[in-house]
Design a protein around this ligand. Structure first.
Ligand SMILES: Cc1c(C=O)c(-c2nnc3c4c(C[n+]5cc6c(C)n(C)c(C)c6c(Cl)n5)n(C)c(C)c4cnn23)c(C)n1C
Length: 329
């Protein structure tokens, strides 16, 4: 068995990607953000304060004949941007891309932080990280993919995120026609709950890859490519108008400046992110100053290959073989 779901950028900056998910009987369809950097499936619900839920599609367990309260269970989570949510837990049928998990833990939000209240295009997240990262207490729950894996044709999924166009999450199979290059595989380290891996080197503007390895995570839930200062500096030294903008908390540059590409090695392949993909968006509507897709990871403590990097590749999250595959698109 397999599943295939379309995913769409939420706004002109590709800030996040939205995928429709069906929950309950009859199906309640919610727009959710698939996040390989976390391991909880949580939703705005009938239990979310009305003021916070305004403008959001919500899940009502009381309207689902297959919903069951997981009594005594609660959850609480905080994300890298300091956003947070918490609540209680139900189990219900959850269908993604035509594939159903009958008894999936659906974490219902009784509290959500301002960022989530304001982000009305999504009604929650689907964590696609490793089960060890799940935040349900007293008994951690499995992710949708972990529950699905044993019934899928192959215990893997692929992410095909695209700039300002429809992409896909495929479960149980690899559609190699989505990529131009060969898939290069490298071991994945799931010990922290993330999809950790090591890139073997990098280069700017099509130069030969160096051998400076970069250890980081493949994270569909993070917008940017977040790397160490020395790499960020090496890149922006090639961008004449680049400067650090305190108010934007990142490097900005003239929107009309041609940006060099950025490449990294992984699994014997080279993934090249085009200069266009590294110009994220004007800092304000109509501004001629643009915000960089590559920013520093120095105050985070972990390097994150977020959507800016993932958009350049077809990425295979292979749980069965504990490995990540990357192919140039
Ligand atoms: C350590 C870390 C991150 C690790 O993940 C991270 C980050 N980066 N994008 C996101 C997140 C997103 C994606 N996301 C990013 C957005 C940005 C940059 N902007 C301007 C808007 C309006 C966004 C929306 Cl709606 N959505 N979402 C939905 C959540 C819950 C995120 C949590 N953290 N996050 C940041 C900013 N930092 C410092």
């Amino acid at each position: 068995q397999t599943g295939s779901a379309n995913t769409n950028p939420s706004d002109s900056a590709d800030d996040e990607y939205i995928t429709s998910v069906s929950i309950g009987t009859p199906a309640q369809v919610l727009p959710l953000d698939f996040d390989t950097g976390s391991s909880d499936l949580w939703v705005f619900s009938s239990e979310t304060p009305k003021s916070s839920a305004s403008g959001h599609v919500t899940y009502s367990p009381s309207k689902s004949s297959t919903a069951k309260k997981l009594s005594g269970s609660t959850w609480s989570i905080e994300y890298g941007d300091k956003s947070s949510s918490s609540g209680d837990v139900y189990t219900d049928v959850v269908t993604i891309g035509g594939f159903s998990v009958k008894t999936q833990a659906v974490e219902s939000a009784t509290k959500v932080s301002t960022q989530f209240v304001q982000d009305t295009v999504i009604s929650g997240l689907v964590g696609l990280g490793f089960d060890i990262g799940n935040q349900v207490s007293p008994r951690p729950q499995k992710t949708w993919f972990s529950n699905a894996a044993s019934s899928l044709a192959e215990p893997l999924f692929t992410a095909d995120l695209r700039h300002q166009e429809t992409g896909s999450y495929n479960f149980g199979f690899i559609d190699t026609s989505l990529a131009k290059g060969t898939i290069g595989y490298t071991p994945a380290d799931g010990s922290e709950g993330y999809w950790g891996f090591t890139a073997t080197g990098y280069s700017v503007g099509g130069a030969k890859l160096n051998r400076n390895s970069i250890t980081g995570i493949a994270d569909t839930g993070t917008t940017l490519l977040l790397l160490p200062d020395n790499i960020v500096d090496a890149y922006y030294n090639n961008v004449e108008s680049a400067q650090y903008d305190d108010s934007q908390e990142g490097v900005v540059f003239d929107c009309d400046e041609d940006l060099p590409s950025f490449s990294f090695g992984v699994g014997g392949q080279t993934i090249t992110i085009s200069g266009d993909l590294l110009n994220l968006t004007p800092i304000e509507e109509g501004s001629s100053t643009c915000f960089g897709g590559l920013q520093s990871s120095s105050d985070i403590g972990i390097n994150i290959f977020g959507d800016v990097a993932l958009k350049a590749a077809l990425v295979v999250f292979d749980l069965g073989n504990e490995r990540l595959g990357w192919a140039q698109k």
